[in-house]
Design a protein around this ligand. Structure first.
Ligand SMILES: *Cc1c(COP(=O)(O)O)cnc(C)c1O
Length: 373
């Protein structure tokens, strides 16, 4: 991705002026700042940022400027990236499966928290005296768009055994979980937190910290998520699960931290009846649509940047590559007067977008325009 040093105030006016044939991300640092402050001021514990959601250096810089001091990293490259921007940042290495080379690299970076979900991976870490080890739990809970427990996480019994082992080896036993991404249900967090309380009690350990993961939803379709309500649900659940003396809480949002900070501007290459072809698709900035379905937050603009007002119709939307997988959805609600050369502005495109852009078939978003409003 090439960061373009173009500053502008309004994506619609920029599109009208430049008439870009290529897809463009618009980055709004003020929205990033606002999202960071909503978490830092509202979440009842420490906020870390899950770097994989958007590793653009300008995002890391913006979060540090907003007060973010700790990051959830999954690989040595992400550690190096964060440290290049924020040399003093604390790093949580919460990818529970690691090679020995990655462990050695992570030690050199001074990781302050590790997560584990199986005994062999705890053994691999070697001596852990005085080191925070967060045991990752998985439960069959609903509420998210897709389930993170299908890959990582220990069952309640395995988590109990891991907690005992961490304590016996002199580590600082913590617990963590991930309720699944784009999770709109506070009940999912409450169920996990309750289970963590029970498991810690059975293991006979006092938790050092409880990390409630990421999963916080972005605004992809109405109604807008209510983060303060989720924070209160989490605080209340922790109070109840630990009889009024909960461990210090941590969260590690990715999606909800960055989604609003980017919009994606695409051009209509062709219209054929109720189908349109765009200049970006599932191999580019909209790869998540395959798994999450269409977002409804789209603005259709004429070539002069004014909003189109035609009757809304279910439209099939294709991306630019020469394969039939590059089909975003058969039913996106778009104005019937949307025509070749017009633009679509996709809101809330900051998460799992810039990092997943490929160059397949010679396409892919390569421009970021920074907005100064
Ligand atoms: C990906 C990930 C996150 C962030 O998840 P979101 O759904 O984007 O908030 C947090 N923690 C861990 C361990 C992850 O792997």
């Amino acid at each position: 991705m090439v960061l373009q040093q173009a500053f502008h105030s309004d994506p619609a006016r920029w599109l009208a002026r430049e008439q870009p044939d290529e897809p463009v991300f618009f980055f709004d640092p003020r929205r990033l700042h606002a999202a960071a402050r909503e978490f830092i001021d509202g979440f009842p514990g420490e906020v870390t940022y899950a770097v994989k959601a958007n590793p653009d250096p300008s995002v890391i810089e913006g979060l540090v400027a907003a007060g973010m001091q700790a990051f959830d990293v999954a690989s040595p490259d992400e550690m190096a990236l964060v440290r290049s921007v924020a040399p003093k940042a604390r790093l949580h290495y919460h990818n529970p499966v690691r090679s020995r080379a990655e462990i050695a690299a992570a030690r050199a970076f001074g990781i302050t928290s590790w997560s584990v979900d199986r005994m062999a991976e705890l053994d691999k870490l070697g001596p852990i005296e005085g080191v925070e080890i967060a045991v990752r739990l998985k439960l069959p809970v609903a509420g998210a768009v897709y389930d993170f427990g299908s890959k990582f996480g220990a069952s309640p019994d395995a988590a109990e055994a891991l907690l005992r082992a961490v304590a016996a080896r002199g580590g600082l036993p913590s617990m963590t979980f991930h309720p699944g991404t784009q999770c709109r249900s506070g009940a999912a967090w409450a169920a996990y937190i309750r289970a963590c309380g029970e498991i810690a009690a059975r293991a006979g350990v006092t938790l050092h910290r409880l990390n409630v993961g990421g999963g916080f939803p972005a605004f992809r379709e109405a109604p807008a998520p209510d983060l303060p309500a989720l924070f209160e649900t989490i605080r209340h659940a922790a109070d109840e699960a630990f009889d009024g003396t909960p461990p210090a809480l941590v969260c590690e949002p990715g999606r909800a931290m960055v989604a609003e900070a980017f919009e994606l501007g695409l051009q209509v290459k062709a219209r054929d009846g109720d189908a349109i072809f765009l200049n970006d698709g599932i191999y580019g900035g909209l790869s998540e649509w395959r798994d999450l379905g269409p977002s409804t937050r789209i603005t259709a603009l004429a070539t002069d940047g004014t909003p189109l007002r035609g009757e809304i119709r279910a439209t099939a939307v294709f991306g630019p590559t020469c394969d039939s997988l590059d089909r975003l959805s058969d039913r996106v609600d778009l104005p019937c007067d949307l025509a070749e050369g017009d633009f679509l502005l996709f809101q809330a495109c900051g998460a799992y977008s810039t990092a997943l852009v490929t160059r397949f078939n010679g396409y892919g978003v390569r421009r970021i325009v920074t907005l100064m409003r």
